[in-house]
Design a protein around this ligand. Structure first.
Ligand code: WT7
Length: 660
């Protein structure tokens, strides 16, 4: 493995916890000792501390059939009751659950826990009226509006696993996810606001369902933009269904292991994996980490996680963690530069946000826009900053702390995955001396190691290896929907059944801090979104003019990685592409084709038409060499190439102007 570490040189500043912060921090040093002394007992205590159980559990971890774990299996609970009802019952119904900020200026509203309670009950009844009950799956395809949280919680109330599909995915991607999960109902909206104008969503649902057979019987449509939308027999307006529905609904307690949700994520093959999570274990760790890492204090904090609800960060740290903890949070619909580049800081100022959780790609974008923009706002309410999704380089980390955090706030770099369900490696802001650029240590209750190529753990500083998790944890994925073999194969076979292989490279520094170094498999990370090279390659070759394609993630200053594609055209298309102006047009056509197949996030930054791809004699595409080219490096060792002149040709083609 090569060391692709982020510039660590010249950054020796570390930040010990502020004593005032430490004095009231939820995450304390004794948690490490307690977890060390009794791993399972520790987690059982968290499950009892953070959650309300309708039937208390007596069983703890069952790891007798690895890699299939159960946690707290004889206990029963309801996730929606934990996230909503119990706060109202405790007299906190008037507390704001969500400060919703729509993208159009002035389009804001506050939703209290009591209002949320009524909404989730009505929505649960509306879904039940459509025949949804325990074990049925529901697809959710919505913009960042409160109804997204209501829809998820209403499903949880019924014991119906939800499958949220990010609104940026295309109709085709939505179709395959709906059918894989056999969703009976889809919840969508006419559209949402993006970059200052309405952006339609419903047409993608209509196209996704325009197939001979579909598992979907009904579509609930939230009215958000009010724009005209085509209407089918299976469609019902969300607001009409909720108005008609009874205002009270008795939540269905489910077993701790009952699946709460499915979330599709990219793997190393073209087919996305339906990662599914449990109710009890998942909720325990989501709430616990939100308390000890984000340090939420229910009665005083205003928390804001900027992720989209369509990703796991939105599931764990907008809906399930913070709401289980009863916090007040901000939810923002739109982009950071609408109407101007100060929008986020305006929101922080208006709502006196105390905790901000975002992605390095956003931080680097703000760096590019300039420190003078946030400087125009009062950000003094902030007391903690968090980062997630990809490695945050020390420069961005320091800028984040200085410019946004007033050189005062801790910054926690949190490593985890869709599969882990919740934060795994992160500093504790009241305990850890912060090391910019490193996620540092596993949190209390989590065990990780770094293995070498032979699968042997080591602690040698600066040696690069593979990150593995060595003990089951409550919010671990329970499998891949409908594919237990793929679950075993993907996560538990590379280093044997003892180790969960995360797919990330990592190393220790001399102080024993863990540095994450990015994926070691064919998975890319673009702006914190996970994309598979194979999935984009198969989208490209599905275009009639493309014979072959190879995709790599090339490092990009702002987005972390960017999609770069190399394509070989079919014979008929070659001559056509040589016509003046046609090459450009073809590249655009291919980029749009990928956007249509997968979604705009997967659109290659660059597509290079080549005559050959670098292949080994056994025919395996050497993506490593393409990556060298895409990143403008001297091309590495080409001795295993079947035809080494191929790389010269490709390099020459690279000098042609890049498309944007
Ligand atoms: C992959 C998981 C975790 C929710 C958002 C992404 C990368 C995530 C960090 C971090 C370095 C990180 C890893 C991981 N990643 N957080 N703090 N430092 N890398 O979830 O889409 O499942 O992606 O994101 O490569 O494997 P995901």
């Amino acid at each position: 493995m090569s060391d692709q570490t982020h510039d660590q040189q010249g950054e020796s500043r570390t930040f010990p916890p502020d004593p005032d912060f430490a004095a009231s921090a939820n995450g304390t040093a004794d948690l490490f000792d307690a977890a060390e002394a009794d791993h399972e007992g520790f987690w059982a205590e968290q499950a009892r501390t953070y959650l309300t159980w309708s039937t208390p559990f007596t069983q703890n971890l069952d790891w007798s059939n690895p890699p299939f774990a159960t946690w707290f299996a004889d206990g029963e609970l309801n996730a929606c009751v934990n996230a909503v009802d119990r706060h109202v019952e405790a007299g906190r119904g008037d507390k704001v659950a969500i400060h919703f900020v729509g993208e159009p200026e002035g389009d804001s509203r506050d939703i209290t826990y009591a209002e949320l309670h009524e909404q989730v009950q009505r929505a649960a009844n509306a879904l039940a009226d459509l025949g949804i009950g325990k074990g049925d799956t529901v697809a959710i395809y919505l913009p960042m509006i409160p109804e997204a949280a209501v829809a998820m919680l209403a499903c949880a109330r019924l014991g119906a696993p939800h499958s949220v599909v990010f609104g940026g995915f295309s109709a085709d991607a939505l179709h395959s996810r709906i059918e894989d999960a056999k969703a009976k109902v889809v919840i969508t909206a006419d559209g949402g606001y993006r970059r200052g104008k309405p952006s339609a969503l419903k047409p993608a649902v209509d196209a996704a369902l325009d197939h001979d057979e579909t598992s979907v019987t009904d579509v609930l449509v939230v009215r958000r933009t009010g724009e005209d939308t085509a209407w089918n027999d299976r469609d019902t307006w969300w607001h009409e269904a909720l108005e008609r529905a009874a205002p009270t609904h008795e939540a269905q307690p489910v077993e701790a292991e009952h699946p709460l949700f499915i979330l599709y994520t990219s793997g190393t093959t073209g087919k996305p994996k339906g990662i599914f999570h449990s109710t009890g274990g998942y909720l325990t760790q989501a709430a616990y980490t939100n308390a000890i890492v984000h340090d939420v204090h229910r009665d005083t904090d205003v928390y804001w996680c900027t992720a989209d609800i369509g990703w796991v960060t939105g599931h764990s740290y907008i809906v399930y963690g913070p709401m289980t903890n009863g916090v007040t949070q901000v939810m923002y619909e739109g982009t950071p530069d609408t109407p101007d580049q100060g929008r986020w800081w305006q929101i922080v100022q208006d709502h006196r946000v105390t905790i901000l959780y975002t992605a390095p790609t956003a931080v680097r974008t703000f760096m590019k826009w300039g420190a003078e923009i946030p400087a125009r706002y009062d950000l003094s309410s902030l007391r903690l900053l968090g980062s997630v999704g990809e490695p945050i380089n020390p420069e961005a980390w320091l800028w984040y702390r200085r410019t946004i955090g007033g050189d005062r706030t801790p910054v926690v770099d949190t490593w985890w995955q869709t599969e882990t369900g919740a934060i795994m490696i992160s500093p504790l802001p009241g305990v850890t001396t912060l090391e910019p650029g490193s996620a540092q240590r596993p949190i209390p209750g989590i065990s990780a190691e770094i293995l070498d190529d032979e699968g042997k753990p080591f602690t040698t500083p600066e040696q690069v290896g593979y990150l593995v998790l060595t003990k089951p944890w409550p919010s671990m994925l329970r499998g891949i929907w409908g594919d237990p073999e793929r679950y075993k194969e993907t996560y538990w076979s590379r280093f044997g059944p003892e180790y969960y292989f995360a797919g990330d490279g990592a190393k220790y520094d001399a102080d024993g801090n863990i540095w994450l170094l990015g994926r070691v498999d064919d998975v890319m990370n673009v702006s914190g979104h996970r994309l598979s090279t194979a999935e984009i390659e198969s989208a490209l070759v599905s275009h009639p003019k493309v014979a072959e394609a190879a995709v790599v993630g090339a490092s990009d200053e702002t987005t972390g990685q960017a999609v770069c594609a190399f394509v070989i055209l079919r014979q008929e298309a070659v001559a056509e592409a040589d016509e003046p102006g046609e090459g450009e047009a073809l590249v655009q056509e291919l980029r749009n084709h990928v956007a249509k197949q997968i979604g705009p996030i997967a659109k290659p930054r660059q597509i290079l038409v080549v005559a050959e791809l670098p292949k080994t004699r056994s025919g395996k595409i050497m993506r490593r060499l393409l990556k060298d080219v895409a990143e403008g490096r001297e091309v590495g060792d080409v001795t295993t190439l079947a035809d080494s002149s191929v790389m010269d040709l490709i390099k020459k083609g690279m000098d042609a102007p890049a498309s944007d």
